[in-house]
Write a protein that binds this ligand. Structure first.
Ligand code: XIL
Length: 394
């Protein structure tokens, strides 16, 4: 009895010491990430990307590889992309981070209907062209996003107010797609032809295109795109179909119907704006389903939000950063293991760093989210490390 008590006491002392150690190391980690976050935004040096990788090395001695020996370009057989905004391309750290790791660009908004075609008789290609030029200079390919977005809130006013019935909107759809694809011929090798057409209940969303042309707009868009440029890869892009259900079933049925009618849909984009609690096997089940039809599979707008139920002042701590890294690793691994090599079109993150994530820009109450691979100062996060580890098969 006495020896059991003394064993218990010793165990308690050990536990207390361990708790103290964990507590102080957590405090130190919190402190350093708080200090970083409180630093002025312009206090960034061009060394930031490199030093982050060195930090990653320290953190992962157990992984026994040097993060700085790798980039996405050396680790992955397919392009890793980022969605960019034209205005940021000249920012030194944004530019440096892109050039080091990324080999495909999407654009957050510069290729959308409203940006390219703001008035009925006016096309504005300057910003999109600047992205194409930047990509060319840096040996990157460009993925066009998007020809038809089934969301009235994002359409130019002239289109929503345009008079006319099916024939007139058919003409508009065709001329927009053909003008844009002619302009980018030989420069943009793949496109999201239709974006977000289907609701969770499996029905078509109520958009100007649906009201005017019914479900046929889906098939027409792919047909016109293929006619305009038979050499490019055409994608249907959406969010939430990774959970399966009616949405995924409708999308698969539409793609099958297109095939029966001789209209090519080459691939499916899974946006994967996702969250920490996502179950990876759900995603892989649906990646597998799309892949089983021979489609190219693009994770097209990847990010992993960590902000759920957090106060506005919340700062990404080490624990959460690791959790995010592990989740990203599991998702990338799932993609690599599930999608046959020939159908791995690539993975594109929606933005470059937490500084430019659309979550933070688009929603003022979300300015504390940390969904991307690089932190606000463009240092590689654990998220980046997890991504690389998946690619290395670690
Ligand atoms: C977002 C951009 O990131 C924002 O900058 C813009 O204000 C609104 O659109 N799904 C999509 C993308 O298909 O086009 C959206 O992009 C994000 C959600």
């Amino acid at each position: 009895m006495r020896s059991t008590n003394s064993k218990l006491r010793k165990t308690n002392i050990k536990l207390a010491a361990l708790t103290f150690l964990l507590f102080t190391s957590n405090l130190m980690a919190c402190k350093s990430s708080m200090e970083e976050d409180l630093a002025p935004a312009d206090d960034v040096s061009s060394e930031a990307v490199v030093s982050a990788n060195e930090l990653g090395d320290e953190q992962a001695l157990a992984g026994s590889f040097h993060l700085k020996d790798y980039t996405f370009k050396t680790v992955f057989d397919f392009p890793i992309g980022a969605a960019v905004v034209k205005e940021r391309l000249e920012e030194p750290l944004y530019d440096k981070t892109l050039r080091k790791d990324f080999s495909r660009l999407s654009s957050e908004s510069n290729f959308k209907f409203k940006s390219l075609h703001p008035e009925e008789d006016k096309y504005t290609f300057e910003k999109a062209d600047a992205i194409v030029e930047y990509a060319k200079r840096n040996n990157m390919v460009v993925h066009g996003h998007t020809l038809v977005w089934s969301h009235d809130g994002t359409q130019p006013k002239w289109l929503l107010n345009h008079k006319g019935g099916a024939a007139e909107f058919d003409r508009l759809l065709k001329s927009h797609i053909q003008t844009v694809l002619k302009h980018f011929k030989g420069k943009v090798s793949s496109w999201d032809v239709v974006n977000e057409a289907i609701a969770d209940n499996g029905e078509f969303k109520n958009s100007i295109w649906y009201r005017k042309l019914g479900r046929e707009y889906f098939f027409k868009a792919f047909k016109y795109a293929h006619e305009a440029d038979p050499n490019i890869k055409l994608f249907y892009n959406d969010y939430g179909q990774e959970f399966g259900g009616k949405k995924m079933r409708t999308i698969m049925a539409l793609i099958e119907e297109a095939k029966q009618r001789g209209i090519p849909v080459h691939g499916m984009g899974f946006q994967l704006h996702t969250v920490l609690r996502i179950t990876v096997s759900k995603i892989t089940t649906n990646l597998a389903l799309a892949a089983s039809k021979g489609l190219l599979i693009h994770i097209s707008e990847f990010d992993v939000s960590v902000k759920k139920n957090k106060p506005k002042t919340f700062i990404l701590d080490d624990l959460l950063a690791r959790e995010q890294g592990e989740k990203i690793k599991a998702i990338v691994k799932g993609y690599l293991q599930t999608v046959p090599k020939k159908q791995q079109f690539g993975i594109t993150t929606w933005g470059v760093s937490d500084n430019d994530s659309y979550f933070n820009k688009a929603y003022p109450n979300r300015d504390h989210d940390y969904p991307l691979l690089f932190d606000k100062k463009y240092k590689a996060k654990r998220a980046y490390r997890g991504f690389i580890e998946a690619g290395l098969g670690r």
